[in-house]
Design a protein around this ligand. Sequence first.
Ligand code: GTP
Ligand code: MG
Length: 209
Amino acid sequence: MILSYNRSTEKERSINMVKQAEFIKSITDIKDAPELKLPEVVLIGRSNVGKSSFINAFTNRKSLARVSQTPGKTITLNYYLINNEMYLVDAPGYGYAKRSKEMKAQFSHMIIDYLEMAPDLEIVFLFVDFKVGPTKDDIEMYHAILESGMKVIVVATKKDKVKRSQHVKHEKMIKEKLTHVEKLIVTSSETKEGFNLIYEEIKGILVHE
Ligand code: GTP
Ligand code: MG
């Protein structure tokens, strides 16, 4: 009884968080960023980890961001305006095996350039798969983000795919692989679990919450 009550309130809260969401533009070069400057929150993670699904679930919009069974869908930095006061930026997924080496390097550069040059970047969410755990590419990206001087909040995705009895084990595995991780939020875009915690992190930059 208590459990189901908690779940529904968590879901309701996440539904009320985002009042407005709009796709603004896709860019491959930071100099083409939107003219209207607002605080930015970026979603970084390997291909197929669930970044675009998160944007859709978080904004309650079925197909605001493109989701596919085929990895490698997001190949640009995509700006979504939230509540008219901040941007969620969906970054291209790295580590997609079928891409050429040059293309992989190009994507990593695009992300690192963005981290180093985006003046309005406030929060970096690094997405990792809760079931798979951090891959070699994730660990490299984690360190690259830290080297850029930004703090990282790790978001584990697809919690619904891991049995409840395995949750603690998977959390431990992530914390071991991503040394010194300060914050880990475990989420599911299917159930919206953890979304209230994500909102807690970003609401500080929403002036009119
Ligand atoms: P790229 O655009 O290639 O970088 O991938 P992405 O990180 O945007 O992944 P995307 O959101 O496209 O999701 C990839 C696949 O994972 C899709 O088939 C989604 O339906 C699935 N998926 C995403 N989030 C969840 C989740 O929370 N639970 C489950 N079960 N599946 C999910
Ligand atoms: Mg995507």
